[in-house]
Write a protein that binds this ligand. Structure first.
Ligand code: ADP
Ligand code: MG
Length: 792
């Protein structure tokens, strides 16, 4: 199947020629009307939007078949034609052509090309996919009296006065008064007036487009786009709907439009459409070349508003194309991974059964189901690649522990990686209780702040295979850590890790065997994001909380309501329960933040004499912090003041009050995590958000949090408020989708459609052997990012 009109047209020319030439021209005599057929096919190709050099070649072929050939001429002419077409028929020709530098385009010299490059526009394709930011509806002229301040409009009239203003420094303003029967408006040029002055003269009729502004008591338009109307030009008839682009400094909009027009007219039919035809037909989508034309050069009857909102079939084509390529890439990677050699574990060993029975609780139905999904993966001789989603407190750790026991009981090692030292320490503590039923399992904690000698001992234990389960931070995966028999990697709170880090871990098995990878996240990820970021992973969801949980009550207080906070703390302490007080800590203002937290700890100590108050933060020595956490876990400390290091994973059932200071500075997911720290036991929890006056965004976040406790609803709200770019935090490296057209909020449904179509494509044709164009497109766009090896 051809993916571009260009390829289709070329094949229509070449096929009859090849047929005639086959087997040393054996069938030549039987081909009727060869010349007419080839010439007609050439004419159809020449009608396409193709570059001049391509058209020249096709034009030559057309000319050589323009009239019936004598028998002796036929063979050499056919051979020459096929030879001339060979380069164009190379499957990579079109890709290379649209990747040509812009300096090769008519009207763009080296200097212009450099200007464009500064805006990231280097190739023809860059220009073709540089979408207009808005559209001018120039179909109808507005009467000058009806011009509205603050709006963009097209209007025409006669120049009544035109002159330069007084010189101010180096600038001389040129202005012209344009009038029609209804009124007048001033046009102004602060620069470039000299060029305009030659055509804008008294008595000349103009059509102008620009943003109308108020100036003193009248209206004016600065730097309008103008056309001089000649005798007989219809004043009302504008240029239709005109695309308006974000242009580089110093490039006039009209010039830029002309360049885009050249790119569209000379290259658009080289752009592939890779979406399955059925899906495109169902959605009523034009092929990509047609979509580009509709977007850059809309028809007069198009809807400018729909174009502006990027809400047209043409835009949907670009969005779906983009998502489909990404999803095919992810599906291929998924398929590749499923074939990698791995270690089959035995999750049915008696030791695993004993560990399950030894848990201090019974698994919920959701945990049970997920454990089964994971166990089935582990039993395969190929690596598991699974994302485990579950809201805060849904009990993901227990499931991960069972998987670790399965590895150990099968004579292998497991590593559990947490994003912070505190969380790693917390996990190590939790494991001791959870592993009551697996006394033989040898577990260790390895973090960066461990004393050198101790870390050395643990590393040696790992290398010797004497440690079955190691818990740690990313320090676990530094080069000097060697595992004797690593078969399972669990990554907790994946939203803190980049995709690349995830990739780095996967290659750590002994003897080239890939370990099973379980990625856990409590930040519920909106589905559209999950399908793109983690589209290569299988998904398990724990959608149920352990019994007896009551979602924490949320209270929003403003600065100055301190006494109310004190009262809540007092009540909580009176019930024998414990309290968290959390401070934000951002790197830029770390010192100030830390001081604020420290001072607050002092104030609280003073206010609650006789009550033990501890302070934990990320700058503490691990031992000190760990001791403080232990005191809180044991209930000796009643109030824990901390920076956000407790954001994830901390688990103290007796803590029922969470006070978040400067709640306006936290992200929605973070707040949801923090809230999830209380109400973990039988007693209901309360989360008090103390917010200062804040931005619209942060108010929206706080509102969303008060309205729902459903993590997924919160995730969607977060995505809406912050946008996908920021969703995972700016510290993410190798963050996936570099999406140009798709908007994961607006296009959430299309993501699901693209995913379905992609998985279907890859299921039917695993190596994309029958879809060469698609394979190439995926490789070009995502090959490197997704580390695809076997595509195409
Ligand atoms: P998260 O999914 O947020 O990581 P955890 O694994 O930390 O959740 O579990 C939260 C709390 O719920 C822990 O105290 C854990 O012991 C408890 N828990 C987990 N599963 C169950 C269960 N099936 N029944 C009762 N409590 C459970
Ligand atoms: Mg957890």
């Amino acid at each position: 199947m051809s993916t571009t009109p260009f390829q289709g047209a070329l094949e229509a020319i070449a096929k009859p020629l090849e047929f005639a030439a086959a087997e040393d021209f054996a069938r030549l005599a039987r081909v009727k009307d060869l010349e007419r057929g080839v010439a007609a096919a050439c004419a159809r190709a020449l009608a396409l939007a193709l570059p001049p050099d391509v058209k020249r070649v096709i034009g030559l072929v057309e000319a050589s078949f323009a009239k019936p050939l004598a028998e002796v001429e036929q063979k050499p002419v056919i051979q020459r034609a096929l030879a001339a077409l060979a380069a164009l028929r190379d499957p990579s020709f079109a890709d290379a052509a649209i990747a040509r530098p812009l300096s090769g385009l008519a009207g763009i010299g080296p200097k212009r090309a450099q200007q464009l490059a500064q805006r990231g526009l280097r190739t023809v394709a860059d220009l073709l996919f540089h979408l207009p930011s808005r559209y001018d509806d120039r179909r109808a002229s507005v009467r000058i009296a009806d011009l509205e301040v603050g709006r963009r409009a097209t209007f025409s009239g006669e120049v009544k006065v035109a002159d330069f203003g007084p010189r101010r420094g180096r600038v001389r303003t040129f202005s012209a008064v344009l009038g029609d029967e209804s009124g007048v408006v001033t046009l102004k040029w602060f620069r470039g007036g000299e060029a305009v002055a030659s055509s804008v003269k008294k008595g000349v009729r103009l059509r102008a487009t620009g943003d109308v502004r108020r100036y003193k008591f009248s209206k004016e338009v600065t730097h309008p786009e103008i056309d001089v109307l000649r005798e007989g030009d219809e004043e009302g008839a504008g240029e239709g709907i005109v695309a308006d682009y974000p242009t580089p400094e110093g490039v006039a909009p009209r010039t830029f439009r002309r360049w885009v027009a050249v790119a569209v007219e000379q290259y658009s039919d080289l752009v592939p459409s890779t979406l399955p035809a059925k899906l495109a037909a169902q959605r009523g989508l034009p092929p990509t070349p047609e979509a580009l034309r509709q977007i850059h050069q809309p028809a007069a009857e198009a809807d400018p508003e729909a174009l502006r909102r990027r809400h047209t079939a043409a835009h949907e084509r670009l969005v779906l194309e983009e998502l489909y390529l990404l999803e095919v890439g992810l599906a291929l990677r998924h398929a590749e991974r499923a074939k990698e050699p791995g270690v089959a574990l035995d999750p049915a060993r008696p030791g695993v059964v004993a560990a399950l029975a030894g848990l201090p609780f019974r698994l919920t139905a959701a945990q049970q189901r997920v454990w089964q999904e994971i166990a089935a993966d582990l039993a395969e001789p190929h690596p598991m690649n699974r994302l485990l989603q579950g809201d805060v407190g849904s009990g993901k750790t227990a499931v991960a522990v069972l998987a670790a026991v399965a590895a150990a009981e099968s004579g292998r090692q497991a590593a559990l990686m947490a994003p912070t030292e505190l969380l790693a320490e917390q996990h190590a503590r939790t494991l001791r209780t959870l592993l009551a039923g697996a006394p033989r399992l040898r577990a260790a904690l390895l973090t960066a702040s461990l004393p050198r000698a101790e870390a050395e001992t643990i590393r040696a234990g790992l290398a010797a295979g004497e440690i079955d389960l190691v818990v740690g931070t990313h320090a676990l995966f530094q080069a000097e850590v060697r595992f004797a028999r690593l078969a399972l990697v669990v990554i907790d709170e994946q939203h803190r890790f980049g995709v690349l880090q995830r990739q780095a871990l996967a290659g750590r098995g002994p003897g080239g065997l890939h370990p099973h990878v379980l990625v856990m996240t409590a930040t519920p990820i909106p589905r559209s994001l999950a399908l793109t970021l983690y589209g290569d992973l299988d998904l398990s969801v724990i959608d149920e909380l352990p019994p007896g949980r009551t979602p924490a009550r949320s209270v929003l207080l403003r600065e100055g309501e301190g006494p109310r906070v004190v009262e809540l703390v007092r009540e909580t302490l009176a019930r024998g329960e414990q309290v968290y007080v959390v401070y934000p800590l951002v790197e830029e203002s770390e010192k100030v933040d830390l001081r604020a937290a420290t001072e607050q700890a002092e104030r609280i100590r003073a206010a609650f004499a006789g009550v033990r108050v501890d302070l934990v933060h990320g700058r503490q020595a691990a031992a000190e912090r760990s001791a403080a956490m232990d005191r809180f876990v044991r209930g000796e400390t009643r109030i824990l003041v901390s920076t956000t290091v407790i954001e994830v994973g901390v688990d103290v059932a007796n803590a029922t009050l969470m006070v978040v200071e400067h709640a306006e500075r936290f992200g929605l997911a973070q707040l949801h995590q923090l809230r999830g720290r209380v109400g973990r036991g039988k007693r209901p929890g309360t989360c008090v958000l103390v917010a200062r006056a804040s931005s619209e965004d942060s108010e929206a976040r706080l509102r969303a949090l008060l309205e729902t406790s459903d993590g997924f609803a919160i995730a969607d709200a977060d995505l809406r408020i912050r946008g996908p770019g920021e969703f995972l935090g700016t510290r993410q490296h190798g963050r996936l989708p570099d999406l140009r057209f798709a908007d994961l909020v607006r296009d959430a449904r299309l993501v699901a459609l693209a995913r379905e179509a992609a998985r279907e494509t890859v299921r039917r044709d695993p190596g994309l052997r029958r879809a060469e164009g698609l394979a190439r497109a995926v490789r070009t766009r995502w090959g490197e990012r997704l580390a695809l090896v076997g595509v195409g």
